[in-house]
Design a protein around this ligand. Structure first.
Ligand SMILES: [Zn+2]
Length: 263
């Protein structure tokens, strides 16, 4: 068996192991998520430089040890958000990498996830509507992992949906419910406006690149954010610290925009 293997990858997580070493988690194009030890990376003159920082896209050579993988060589392709100039976008980037980290299985190759994360990070760098982009990213991840809800026909009676102003969406059973099948007082059912429903179908149908810099009605987008969050909390356990971070940043931005400008 060849003990050396190489691939392109994106660093998802990097944690301190001891005074000189780190454990890094990298989503690779060819092998899926790989956890490996990077020896001496915390020393000032490390051969790895900054190549193993979070959100770095790199070429990487691993050595398969007896019990764990070891990083052997690295070469940076691109560092995403190295300076955190835009904290909000940086927060979305961290959130996307956390999602991939938590929603993927180790050494289970999935090039579609790799390409999705890579495309997302590239588009995010100059996207004017990052909130729409991250929502699209989340639904693409759900799509890849087989968690898409039924949006064409009622999940109970299977009749195709008629055009409505509002639709009933069952978060737990995962799909739309026609007015006849809707049980009143069901806490798992939420109403979704026609606009938000069409927006959701659209982002599922098109490639991520088509949502780049797209303008949509803020109200519809806010509605989508709420639905996505509730849907994901039922189906995917993603405990994310960066969400708290983003909430804090958003609050800070709001507060600073309310403050009088200093001339
Ligand atoms: Zn029905």
């Amino acid at each position: 068996m060849n003990r050396l293997f190489k691939s392109d990858g994106i660093v998802l997580k990097s944690i301190k192991l001891n005074e000189s070493d780190k454990i890094v988690t990298i989503f690779t194009k060819d092998y899926g998520k790989i956890r490996a030890i990077a020896k001496g990376v915390r020393r000032i003159k490390s051969q790895f430089g900054s190549s193993l920082e979070n959100l770095t896209m790199l070429k990487i050579l691993f050595y398969r040890g007896r019990s764990l993988n070891i990083v052997s060589q690295t070469e940076i392709i691109h560092s995403f958000f190295p300076q955190c100039k835009n904290l909000e976008r940086y927060g979305w980037a961290v959130l996307s990498s956390e999602m991939v980290e938590k929603m993927s299985v180790e050494e289970d190759p999935n090039e579609t996830i790799y390409e999705l994360l890579k495309t997302f990070l590239i588009l995010l760098e100059d996207d004017e509507n990052p909130l729409l982009l991250i929502e699209s990213f989340k639904w693409k991840m759900l799509q890849i992992l087989g968690y898409l809800p039924e949006l064409q026909k009622c999940i109970y009676c299977k009749k195709p949906l008629k055009k409505e102003k509002y639709y009933f969406f069952n978060l737990v059973d995962g799909g739309v419910v026609c007015p006849q099948c809707r049980k009143r007082n069901d806490d798992n059912i939420i109403e979704v406006s026609d606009y938000c429903f069409r927006l959701l179908k659209r982002i599922i149908d098109v490639d991520l690149v088509k949502t780049h810099n797209k303008k949509v009605a803020q109200e519809g987008l806010d509605e989508l954010v709420k639905i996505t969050e509730r849907y994901m909390s039922y189906h995917i356990q993603v405990e994310n610290l960066s969400k708290k971070f983003i909430n804090t940043i958003t609050l800070m931005n709001k507060q600073s925009s309310n403050m009088p400008k200093i001339e």
